[in-house]
Design a protein around this ligand. Structure first.
Ligand code: BGC
Length: 379
């Protein structure tokens, strides 16, 4: 018998569970509408299982932050709950089988960061068919999920584009040369939002000499695309590079360096990966986008616990629940967090003051002589 069936006769959630959730600050209130046909029969007192499906491991955030922060947030809301975790390594069919295995195991709710948002529609449908609700985590899976938490992804793209323009203007190069755009994976709806946001800012302001979408967000493919761009545009004529994330920025910067470029053009990024911050400190990368993953994971945990126990997630006074329309036209109650641009000027006020990294983590031996690290150590 799976865990769900054990609770199947409990139609509504008791007041005690609602109080526990409220006390734990998970932002759930008792639902009066009998919301959704899925889930809702589990209790925080007895505990239940939450399936967490993350998309890949080349980008550092998932194993380093998303997974541990999510597990911590669940433990805070529901001591007896378990998280069943799988990473799909950017493989759509692997994610499908991982989800199926979790549904067979009898998870009570799924938190899904889709490799391919369209293909994930079938995971969502399958889960719903079995009465298991789904939270779309970071990427909006199709198929009518119950809740969605992410960042304002169009703003992420705008922030990247704006930073690139500011860097070019500061160098007096806004009207010179061409920029290269290296976007994320076409199966990730966030990548489309980043790209659209960036184009909104860049179009008409700079000349875009070459643009690529990068399957799987692969740093190696980004490196090859950059090599192609260098061949077609000429290294000297590249004034800046829009890279959608830090992982790809690593490949892009490697391509520029191996083409003999000594003065690197401004390169953007995203995720505030430790290696990205270190490249900024070393002067190799111009900026990254810091997305505070702890609140994202906390909201996801709050949504998951609310769904499994038949509550409505209301943001707990801390987060605003808005509505987002998915690619199938469904209206999804969502929390969208704000991203922050990080350059050498505000590393201290962002990732360090937020406790994402310490100075010691950033200023390892290889970076000890940089201006940033010497003045940080003096201060
Ligand atoms: C995430 C980014 C990440 C990228 C590659 C996007 O959906 O929002 O933070 O860099 O996927 O995994």
């Amino acid at each position: 018998m799976n865990t769900r069936n054990r609770f199947v006769r409990r139609a509504t959630v008791g007041a005690a569970a609602a109080l526990t959730l409220a006390a734990a600050g998970c932002g759930a209130t008792t639902t009066t509408s009998g919301e959704g046909e899925a889930g809702g029969n589990a209790s925080v007192e007895e505990g239940f299982t939450i399936g967490l499906l993350l998309p890949e491991s080349k980008t550092a955030r998932y194993e380093k932050f998303d997974r541990p922060y999510f597990e911590e947030a669940v433990a805070e809301l529901c001591e007896k709950c378990e998280v069943s975790y799988q990473n799909a390594d950017q493989d759509t069919s692997k994610q499908q089988s991982q989800a199926e295995a979790m549904l067979t195991e009898g998870v009570d709710v799924l938190v899904l960061d889709a490799v391919d948002a369209e293909a994930a529609g079938s995971i969502v449908q399958q889960a719903k068919g079995q009465g298991v609700p789904v939270v779309a985590y970071d990427r909006l899976a199709q198929g009518g999920v119950d809740y969605y938490v992410s960042f304002d992804n169009k703003t992420v793209g705008k922030v990247q584009g704006q930073a690139l323009i500011e860097a070019l203007e500061a160098e007096g190069k806004a009207d010179e040369g061409e920029i290269v755009m290296i976007n994320g994976s076409p199966t990730d709806p966030n990548a489309a939002d980043f790209k659209a946001g960036a184009h909104e800012v860049l179009d008409g302001q700079v000349e875009i000499g070459a643009e690529y979408d990068t399957a799987d967000w692969s740093p190696d493919k980004a490196q090859q695309q950059m090599e192609q761009a260098i061949t077609s545009i000429g290294a000297d004529n590249i004034s800046g590079v829009y890279s959608a994330n830090d992982g790809m920025a690593a490949g892009i910067i490697a391509a520029l360096k191996s083409a003999g470029v000594e003065e690197l053009p401004p390169v953007t990024g995203q995720d505030a990966e430790l290696a990205g911050i270190q490249r900024i400190v070393a002067g190799d990368q111009y900026m990254t986008v810091y997305k505070a993953i702890r609140p994202e994971a906390q909201v996801a945990a709050g949504m998951a616990v609310a769904l499994a126990t038949g509550e409505e997630y209301d943001g707990g006074g801390e987060f605003t629940v808005t509505e987002v329309t998915d690619a199938d036209g469904n209206t999804i109650p969502s929390v969208l967090l704000e991203p922050t641009a990080v350059t050498i000027d505000n590393i201290e006020d962002t990732v360090i003051s937020d406790g994402f990294y310490s100075i010691e983590e950033i200023c390892t031996d290889a970076y000890a002589d940089t201006d940033f690290c010497t003045s940080a150590n003096e201060g």
